[in-house]
Write a new protein. Structure first.
Length: 183
């Protein structure tokens, strides 16, 4: 490969991330604007099997948090960094399940509470929630793209993992250490 062709291919590879990142950014903004413009209902949504919405949100987020670690370990295995083979299906299904666990939590947050900014912890949590869904969207849109740079999926996955850990710290961890462990 010539010296001119290699930078051109790298630019073209990085450009394949442009559309997924733009759509992900749009998702972030739309969630934030909706959360801010929507009048919060204050009513709990779907706390079936739990004593209330905060325990429901805390436990579902904790489940997603645990599955995020499965995502990291299985991704490292798929990229040959662990020396053990974990089937790719483990990565796919743990990611799907983690995402599904976050949906009722996000729905409750947006519908009942909206985007809040008066308390720093809650502001950070609201921003991380919007960021998580945006970066998750970008990652899912980038997966089937041809010519994606080798660093693309690991960076997007790491950002989604980091956002989910931040969400857990600003919600479930806060709840368990401030309110207590309850169902």
């Amino acid at each position: 490969m010539t010296a001119v062709a290699q930078p051109r291919q790298q630019r073209r590879g990085a450009a394949t991330l442009l559309v997924p990142l733009l759509v992900g950014g749009l998702v972030m903004v739309v969630l934030g604007v909706y959360g801010r413009m929507h009048t919060p209902t204050g009513f709990a949504v779907g706390p079936a099997g739990f004593s209330g919405p905060l325990p429901m949100k805390s436990w579902l987020t904790t489940g997603a948090f645990v599955l995020a670690f499965v995502q990291i370990v299985s991704a490292l295995s798929m990229w040959g960094k662990l020396g053990i083979r974990i089937p790719a299906g483990v990565h796919r299904w743990s990611g799907r399940l983690a995402f599904v666990l976050t949906v009722p939590v996000a729905f409750h947050c947006l519908y009942a509470l909206g985007f809040q900014y008066d308390v720093p912890r809650v502001l950070i949590h609201s921003l991380l929630g919007c960021f998580f869904y945006g970066i998750f969207t970008a990652k899912m849109l980038a997966l089937p793209r041809k010519g994606l740079p080798g660093w693309g999926l690991p960076v997007l996955g790491s950002l989604a993992f980091t956002a989910l850990v931040g969400l857990w710290l600003t919600s479930s961890f806060w709840f368990f250490t401030t309110i207590g462990v309850s169902f």
